[in-house]
Design a protein around this ligand. Structure first.
Ligand code: ATP
Ligand code: MG
Length: 369
């Protein structure tokens, strides 16, 4: 260990399909960007998902979980593949992700939707609408209607089947609204200082409390400009004029829907990172795409979503914003030089594979000392 360097433990979980390819590239970029800011990383690489099933017979081995839990941050590739599709439920690779999210208690899911100027044409929206879009959606991940009790299909007094779902959020307690609101205010603060809280407070009581708590906390963040929007209007505004948004905070179900909608504005699944944060303990950082078995092992995967997840790890996981900025700038630089993997390729650019794209980003990181 070199003196004067800040050290962090990073758990690397490559997983399946293209996971190992994108993780190995992102690791090198992360290491370089960190070292230029005086950071040193101890990487612990562990099997997860299908890879772990093949190796030790379970999707989330105890040792992998312990390494993840004891780390400062976790960078995950992707999980799943045809090979394990017929496994019974507890032996499906995807269960690893479920256990990990549950046990790390990551309640805040951050998903950016950014339209980089070089990739405007990939957007599903018209150029003038897509240009300059740069937003972050903060979704509550562990509460709301997906988990509230009572729930299930029951028989009512007329002997009829009824499906019941309940949305519950509490001001404090376990399904704490304040903690998701705080993550959102902090996120907005690290961005352009604008927060839009999305709810359905004209109809839903859980939304009324949501709006009340978010509003109450606003006084602690005088540098953040808070607004509110009903979810139906938000769904429309995302398509009509997405540039108006900086940071959006919303509940589990609305966030599920709006973040998928927003990802299509950017049009490129290979570019989108995500972060899942808990109250304490390590955050989980991963690309939003899956294991892409159709292109696995062919050096075709776009590693930028994972590289940008590493930037989120630095910024939101470790608070190392300078090192994060180095990575973000390097990605833009590599795109400016015309390097494109197949998924974002357009004529006139240079088609490269996963590894070469990684090398180009690495060069760009190194060139700005
Ligand atoms: P999951 O269920 O795990 O989300 P999926 O099968 O629904 O996975 P992906 O694995 O994300 O979806 O793949 C969807 C399509 O996008 C595939 O054709 C895949 O090749 C492509 N794709 C996904 N990620 C990338 C990437 N990083 N680079 C290039 N293409 C990708
Ligand atoms: Mg899928």
């Amino acid at each position: 260990a070199s003196p004067g360097k800040k050290r962090y433990n990073i758990a690397l979980l490559p997983g399946d399909g293209i996971g190992p390819e994108v993780i190995s590239v992102a690791k090198i970029v992360l290491q370089k960007a960190g070292s230029l800011e005086g950071l040193e990383f101890d990487f612990q690489e562990m099997p997860v998902g299908g890879a772990a099933l093949d190796l030790v017979g379970v999707p989330m081995p105890e040792q992998t979980f312990t390494a993840a839990k004891q780390s400062d941050a976790i960078l995950l590739g992707a999980i799943g593949g045809y090979k394990w599709d017929k496994n019974e439920k507890h032996l499906r690779p995807e269960m690893a992700l479920f256990y990990l999210r549950r046990d790390l208690k990551v309640f805040a899911n951050l998903r950016p939707a950014t339209v980089l100027p070089q990739l405007v044409d990939a957007s599903t929206l018209k150029k003038e609408v897509a240009e300059g879009v740069d937003m972050m959606i903060v979704r509550e991940l562990t509460g709301g209607i997906y988990f509230g009790e009572p729930r299930g299909i029951k028989i009512n007094e007329n002997g009829e089947e009824v499906g019941i779902s309940t949305e519950i959020y509490a001001a404090h307690e376990v399904l704490n609204l304040d903690r998701i609101a705080r993550v959102a205010f902090e996120t907005a603060r690290k961005r352009r200082g604008k927060l839009c809280s999305v709810d359905k407070a004209n109809v839903l009581d859980a939304s009324i409390l949501w709006r009340k708590r978010v509003t109450a906390l606003a006084s602690e963040y005088p540098d953040v400009e808070l607004s509110h929007m009903y979810v139906d209007n938000a769904a429309m505004q995302l398509i009509r004029d997405p540039k108006q948004f900086d940071t959006i905070v919303t509940n589990n179900i609305f966030g599920d829907i709006l973040s998928d909608e927003a990802s299509m504005i950017t049009g490129s699944i290979g570019m989108l990172p995500s972060a899942s944060l808990g109250e304490s303990g390590p955050g989980l950082f991963e690309p939003i795409h899956g294991s892409a078995p159709d292109i696995a092992g062919q050096d075709k995967a776009n590693p930028l979503a994972t590289i940008l997840s590493a930037a989120m790890l630095l910024k939101y996981g470790l608070g190392e914003e300078k090192a994060a900025k180095r990575i973000e700038d390097a990605v833009v630089d590599a795109l400016n030089k015309g390097f494109r993997t197949g998924d974002i390729y357009s004529p006139g650019n240079k088609l490269v594979g996963c590894k070469e794209m990684g090398d180009e980003v690495l060069k760009s990181v190194e060139s700005k000392v």
